[in-house]
Ligand binder design. Structure first.
Ligand code: G4F
Length: 346
């Protein structure tokens, strides 16, 4: 019989990519959805249309009893904890719930494994994040953050994720559970939600091209991110659970680009050359040829504290896991704009 995997947050961007990868590898895939849903609910039905092989489990990360029941029933070989409140900006608005779900929820999954007596069988992957670094470790200028860089989270989300990182490490060191963190830098693609900046841009570009939208409003244009393709990153998650000894790994591209860079490449895909005019909140992205304003700044999208620059150093994962990203930055932007052009044309 194949291995069993249990994915929390299966309905999110990475959940879909990972479910497919594991199914293709012969796993029996269980996916968790939250709340009072049933398999007949439209959201569950929509998910099952795309991923009919996933066995849905209805439970909530904040409910230890539900998590324990789920783990006891499934007896998974591998658990991938992807569920979280994952939007950094939103976490400032709902910091307590973020702590409960994104932070304490990790302990519930680990406890569920331990209480079920599966600590020697079940391997655990925690979706840790580059947001834990916060972009403030000036000891590593230009080199990129690796597994030893200083953490200084800059949002309730980052703080909650840091708790998740340490409790995962603590269960590994205390109970010998095969529990690891993947410290993943931003990863995007066609499954990304439109509340994140890359998908917001690719959707807007497609809609502007098709005459469905006039312009795009953005927040901080100066932030820089290390952006890879989510499909490449789920392979790294799986590899982290296939090693002789559990350890934590950074997955990143080793390149960083600004929001402006992303906009320029995305608009180029529809034949528009952008020119930047003005500065600060008055900055505008203008179509060089027509003079039409396509991008303006809306301070509502600014965050109380910002992570200015993220750049990852994936050399440990490349050396020890044999992992390497396949899709580079221009290919990622192209893939997303092309996908949204197809979607918006229908
Ligand atoms: O796309 P974002 O919302 O992603 P962010 O905050 O980097 O977080 C993502 O990556 C993390 C890994 O480092 C994950 F842990 C996390 O769960 C999530 O997947 O914002 C990227 C940047 C920020 O600096 C933001 O201020 O884009 C800036 N930005 C500018 N205008 C905007 C906008 N972000 C959003 N969401 N919307 C805007 O209009």
């Amino acid at each position: 019989m194949g291995k069993r995997a249990f994915i929390t947050g299966v309905n999110g961007q990475d959940g879909g990519h990972l479910a497919k990868l594991l199914h293709d590898k012969g796993y029996e895939v269980y996916g968790m959805m939250r709340g009072q849903l049933e398999a007949s609910h439209p959201r569950a039905q929509k998910f099952l249309t795309e991923f009919p092989y996933v066995k849905l489990v209805f439970a909530d990360l904040v409910d230890l009893s539900a998590m324990t029941r789920a783990i006891q029933e499934i007896k998974p070989d591998e658990v991938y904890n992807l569920a979280a409140i994952s939007h950094v900006g939103y976490s400032f608005k709902d910091p307590i719930l973020t702590a409960e779900v994104t932070g304490k929820g990790v302990t519930n999954v680990l406890e569920a494994i331990r209480l079920s007596g599966l600590d020697k069988k079940t391997k655990f992957y925690q979706a840790s994040t580059s947001e834990m670094y916060g972009g403030l470790d000036y000891n590593r200028p230009g080199k990129g953050y690796n597994e030893n860089a200083l953490f200084h989270p800059r949002s309730p989300y980052g703080v909650a994720k840091l708790y998740g990182y340490w409790i995962t490490r603590n269960y590994r060191e205390s109970y010998g559970i095969y529990a690891v963190s993947g410290i993943l830098f931003n990863h995007e693609g066609e499954r990304r939600g439109p509340e994140f900046v890359t998908r917001k841009i690719s959707q807007a570009v497609a809609r502007i091209k098709l005459g469905k939208q006039d312009k795009l409003e953005l927040g901080n244009m100066d932030a820089k991110r290390d952006w890879g393709y989510a499909g490449d990153y789920v392979e790294g998650m799986w590899l982290m659970l296939q090693q002789d000894t559990p350890d934590d790994y950074v997955l990143a591209t080793g390149e960083t680009h600004s929001i402006r860079d992303f906009c320029e490449l995305a608009f180029k895909e529809i034949g528009v050359d952008l020119e930047w005019q003005g500065s600060g909140v008055n900055e505008k992205g203008v179509d060089k040829k027509s003079g039409k304003t396509l991008i303006t700044i809306n301070p509502d999208y600014f965050r109380p504290a910002e992570v200015d620059l993220l750049l990852g150093d994936p050399s440990k994962a490349e050396k020890e896991l044999g992992w390497k990203r396949k899709i580079d930055f221009p290919a990622l932007v192209k893939l997303m704009v092309e996908y949204d052009l197809g979607l918006e044309s229908n």
